[in-house]
Write a protein that binds this ligand. Structure first.
Ligand SMILES: Cc1cc2nc3c(=O)[nH]c(=O)nc-3n(C[C@H](O)[C@H](O)[C@H](O)COP(=O)(O)OP(=O)(O)OC[C@H]3O[C@@H](n4cnc5c(N)ncnc54)[C@H](O)[C@@H]3O)c2cc1C
Length: 383
């Protein structure tokens, strides 16, 4: 008999338990201050390396935890239930940066970068630009061959983890006339001449997660820094983002679960008309409906992640999971604010922040419209 999608192996359950404990003990006390100051706590980030959270999907031979993609999903979910900003930091590190390096890196690149990414170096993934978001391959950052290497010029926008990162996966075009076939991926290190991190965005939600502009001004990148083949960057981007969006689905499931927990505890403890709110059927039904939606979103996210780990087709499932989970997160966080009443509208309680954080799920790693376009192509297109 096949186990339920949500049935975890002993190792998965232990791992999930340890991440939940870390989130409760170390992340929770910092959530409010990190949101207010728009700063990820540096010590918190340092602590996540020895715990293996920053190297979940990296093979053990390079210092990683040798975990599955599903393990990364469990970690992102558990962290996001407490702080979706911490969730996305771990998500980008694992589902985008490490994932791209493990799949596309040469042996030399893996030996050089994986031990650092698993020990002390945060990664960032730089595709978007001011004029290319949903139409990502219309990017204009230029890579011109110069001797053996390339010289990068241009700007990236909206780059998560940019402030903390030491290594950036950067997409540029070596031939603008070739369209997507000119897009090429490079590994750029912080401190390389001609590369700087620019303005940091002042955001609605996930405020502790840094989102910055990147500036390349005659940045000389040695040939050995190219990730994958010239003109194959679109494949690097598509393949990693197809998987990465499962991570955003997990972030949204975690967020929704966190908001639900706060709402349920509040409903038990807050009394009106002589009894706890949770004793009114109208309140019970709202919480029950939210719990049902979260369960459905979690099943979709886990299914997509397990399909990915099994090496079978998962594109439609991933797009559906991200699309649905981001809707559920917004709905649940919104209802959680209402369950708290006036207290839900102020910063003294955690649901106000989760409501703000939820909005990003419908925007990054492919907007909801882009997910629907993928789902339509993979369903209607096959009829
Ligand atoms: C906090 C944050 C973190 C981010 N992190 C990263 C990162 O780490 N790396 C990175 O590379 N990028 C990152 N991004 C960028 C993100 O992926 C883009 O913002 C997103 O892809 C949308 O692109 P855009 O902002 O240019 O919006 P646009 O593409 O201009 O879209 C605007 C609206 O038009 C809709 N639209 C666009 N095209 C169509 C169409 N054909 N049909 C119908 N509707 C359409 C969209 O769905 C959306 O509603 C981040 C963004 C944010 C806000």
């Amino acid at each position: 008999m096949r186990a339920a999608l949500t049935a975890l192996s002993d190792d998965e359950r232990m791992f999930q338990g340890s991440v939940r404990q870390f989130a409760a003990e170390r992340v929770a006390p910092l959530v409010r201050i990190m949101d207010e100051t728009q700063q990820m706590d540096a010590e918190l980030v340092r602590e996540m390396f020895p715990l293996g959270l920053m190297g979940i999907v990296a093979p053990e031979e390079y210092g990683g935890a040798g975990g599955s993609f599903f393990d990364a999903i469990l970690a992102v979910e558990a962290l996001s239930a407490v702080d979706p900003s911490v969730g996305v930091l771990v998500d980008v590190q694992n589902t985008l940066c490490l994932n791209a390096l493990v799949r596309w890196g040469t042996e030399g690149q893996k030996q050089r970068y994986l031990p650092r990414l698993t020990a002390d170096t945060v990664g960032a993934y730089a595709l978007s630009e001011a004029k290319s978001g949903s139409d990502a391959f219309a990017l204009q950052t230029r890579a011109v061959q110069h001797g053996e290497g390339y010289v990068l010029n241009g700007q990236k926008l909206w780059i998560t983890n940019a402030k903390e990162a030491g290594l950036f996966v950067v997409f540029a075009t070596i031939d603008p006339a070739a369209g997507y076939k000119g897009v090429t991926a490079f590994l750029v290190e912080k401190g390389m001449e001609g590369f700087s991190v620019g303005r940091k965005e002042d955001k609605l939600g996930i405020r502790a997660s840094s989102t910055c502009e990147l500036i390349f001004h005659d940045c000389a990148v040695p040939a050995g820094q190219m990730l994958g083949e010239p003109g194959k960057g679109y494949q690097v981007a598509i393949e990693t983002l197809n998987e990465g969006r499962i991570g955003i689905g997990a972030q949204m499931v975690g967020l929704a679960d966190g908001a639900w927990g706060h709402a349920a505890r509040w409903a038990r403890q807050r009394r009106q008309f002589g009894k706890p709110l949770a004793e009114f059927q109208a309140m019970q039904f709202q919480l029950a409906e939210m719990a049902t939606e979260i369960e459905a979103a979690r099943l979709m996210v886990y299914n997509a992640a397990r399909l990915r780990d099994a090496g079978v087709e998962f594109l439609k499932e991933a797009a559906m999971a991200k699309y649905f989970a981001s809707q559920v997160a917004e709905r649940v966080a919104s209802l959680a604010v209402e369950v708290f009443g006036g207290s839900g509208f102020v910063k003294d309680y955690p649901v106000e922040k989760l409501y703000r954080d939820a909005k990003i799920g419908k925007i990054y790693e492919g907007t909801s419209f882009m997910q629907l376009a993928t789902i339509a192509k993979l369903t209607l297109g096959k009829m």
